[in-house]
Design a binder for this molecule. Structure first.
Ligand code: ASP
Length: 347
């Protein structure tokens, strides 16, 4: 797209989503744009002093249609182009962006370069679009290097509405506002105002000579179950009896609490004995699971349920997919759920 003498280069991967849409001036209908149109709508791209190349998914997708096969495709594209670029920007629909960011953070083991996901609430062609700002700043962050020539942010992130967040810590929190993402349990990695201020202590450290190990095996035999007062035994029993189920993300109350009904504990305990990995995640946006705190949490621990700590649901689901896909035993998966593998939990 654009080349200058500056030695940074960014690969822009366009998967789809609202950001890539333009309002047809005659019909008012939102249509997908192609990359040739991008420069026309964002002439500011010409003022960025580095090389920007693009890769376009054809056809572009609404991120509600996201599947693990597309995550593998993204990992392949990044792996094949890894040496050629300073950083990567992925344009993605907002609906499942937090899942994709979480999945990529686990699949790209040893990542030493920025992979920044961004999108927008209003299409790029609309006058008040948030897409322009999100895209331009994401590209700047993906190209940013320190005075030693090393990337400023060598990890998978989401940039949205002036905030750079660790990808596997984010959740979509608003369907209307520009401020659509939040990282409740981990500080922002950077804030963009007049200057982009990096929060160095919270960013992964760049490691000289670290090699990228892409993981392409994912297994999605997983279910997510959100508790509510009055949930029936037949619902829990039916979910845990699903043929081939390997793991359940259980969304509990507060600091990881659940009903004390004997049938409930029996169902969970039998499933754990069968080898189903049950991970306890709090329904609260912020805070962590502490199963030792109340009797109602402790009984889950005794039944064999593993703590999800302060993980998001998106992160727990995709981490389980990777661990199951990698062929680990149930016990090995339980142990790894208790450790941070890409900065996804505070332990
Ligand atoms: N449905 C769209 C998507 O996720 C919404 C968006 O991009 O904001 O692809």
């Amino acid at each position: 797209m654009k080349k200058t003498a500056h030695n940074s280069s960014v690969l822009l991967i366009y998967t789809g989503g609202t950001i890539g849409m333009i309002e047809n001036s005659e019909t008012g209908v939102l249509e997908n744009f192609n990359f040739e149109q991008l420069q026309k709508h964002i002439p500011e791209l010409n003022r960025l002093d580095f090389q920007i190349d693009s890769y376009q998914f054809n056809p572009p997708m609404d991120s509600s249609d996201m599947i693990p096969e597309i995550w593998k495709e993204l990992v392949r594209i990044i792996n094949e182009n890894y040496e050629k670029y300073t950083g990567f920007v992925i344009l993605h629909g907002t609906d499942t962006m937090a899942y994709t960011a979480s999945a990529l953070s686990f699949m790209l083991e040893g990542l030493n370069k920025p992979v920044i996901l961004t999108g927008s609430q209003l299409p790029i062609g609309v006058l008040r679009t948030d897409g322009k700002e999100n895209l331009l700043t994401s590209i700047e962050i993906a190209a940013a290097q320190n005075n030693k020539g090393n990337p400023m942010v060598p990890e998978v992130c989401i940039f949205f509405e002036n905030h750079l967040m660790r990808g596997n810590r984010t959740t979509k929190i608003n369907a209307d506002n520009f401020n659509a993402f939040r990282s409740f349990n981990y500080p922002a990695l950077a804030e963009a105002g007049i200057h982009i201020r990096f929060n160095h202590v919270h960013i992964h450290t760049y490691k000289e000579n670290q090699k990228l190990t892409p993981h392409l095996s994912l297994d999605s035999n997983i279910a997510v179950l959100k508790l509510f007062p009055g949930i029936q035994e037949n619902v829990i029993a039916a979910i845990l009896a699903i043929e081939g189920l390997r793991a359940l993300v259980l969304e509990t109350y507060g600091s990881g609490n659940a009903p004390r009904k004997p049938w409930f504990i029996r169902c969970l305990s039998e499933a754990c004995h069968k080898g189903i990995v049950i991970v306890n995640i709090t329904q609260c946006n912020s805070g962590t699971v502490e199963m030792e705190r109340y009797e109602t949490g402790y009984q889950l621990l005794q039944a064999g349920v593993v703590s999800g700590h302060d993980s998001t649901t998106e992160s727990a689901v995709t981490k389980l997919m990777l661990l199951i896909g990698s062929g680990y035993s149930s016990q090995e998966i339980r142990e790894r759920m208790n450790c941070s593998i890409a900065g996804e939990i505070s332990v």
